[in-house]
Ligand binder design. Structure first.
Ligand SMILES: N[C@@H](CCC(=O)N[C@@H](CS)C(=O)NCC(=O)O)C(=O)O
Length: 204
């Protein structure tokens, strides 16, 4: 299998962590690309031109980080990232974590394209409010149903996506300083990013 990715994409990191958690660390070929450069190799497997893309053993390209994670989960070894028991809570958390990731990512891209003024637009302010509300929603109460699923325990797709999203906000939008305003969430986050799969995929 082959994974098209870049080192700063939170979406690609979700796919890569899922691959590592499911035992594909040694067999997954990593193809590093710049999705903004219209690389022909990437466009050949994804007409949308985004990472991540997973090309299966049979040569089928899969796009969308959560769909890739789902496929790897079906195929791989170890505990499932999509447990049947408590499925609604897991997916509910994944939705909030993914929404935070999107709001943060689009804030970064809007700044790159439109300069710092992008933050002051209607959409920019809307994204900032979404980030703020998500951080509150994700504070420990939200994570309470699965507290033992942090560092050493079983990871779910909800916890995985949320931890990557929080790390992305800290990496790209440090001025938000969420660990200071949400210390309990920060303590939980620390325990998850200590996992081998997170340490091996740090943003760079
Ligand atoms: N919904 C997609 C989002 C993927 C995405 O936006 N990837 C970014 C990199 S972080 C990208 O490749 N952007 C290039 C572009 O939008 O043209 C997913 O979950 O995989």
């Amino acid at each position: 299998m082959q994974l098209f990715l870049n080192a700063t994409s939170p979406y690609a990191r979700v796919a890569r962590i899922a691959a590592l958690e499911k035992g594909f660390g040694d067999t997954l070929a990593l193809t590093w690309v710049d999705p903004w450069a219209d690389d022909p190799a990437l466009l050949a497997v994804n007409p949308i031109g985004r990472v991540p893309v997973l090309v299966t053993e049979a040569g089928t390209p899969l796009t969308e980080s959560l769909l890739i994670a789902r496929h790897l989960d079906t195929l791989g070894a170890g505990p499932t990232l999509f447990p049947t028991a408590g499925s609604a809570a897991v997916l509910s958390l994944a939705g909030v974590g993914y929404g935070l990731m999107e709001a943060a990512f689009h804030t970064v891209i809007a700044r790159k394209q439109g300069g710092p003024e992008a933050d002051g637009t209607t959409l920019g302010r809307r994204r900032a409010r979404a980030i703020d509300r998500s951080l509150h929603a994700l504070d420990l109460d939200r994570l309470a149903p699965t507290p033992s699923q942090g560092g050493g325990g079983t990871l779910t797709i909800g916890l995985l996506v949320t931890a990557v999203a929080l790390d992305y906000v800290a990496f790209r939008l440090p001025e938000i300083a969420w660990p200071a305003t949400h210390p309990a969430l920060a303590a939980w986050h620390e325990s998850v990013i200590g996992r081998d799969s997170f340490r091996r995929t740090r943003f760079a």
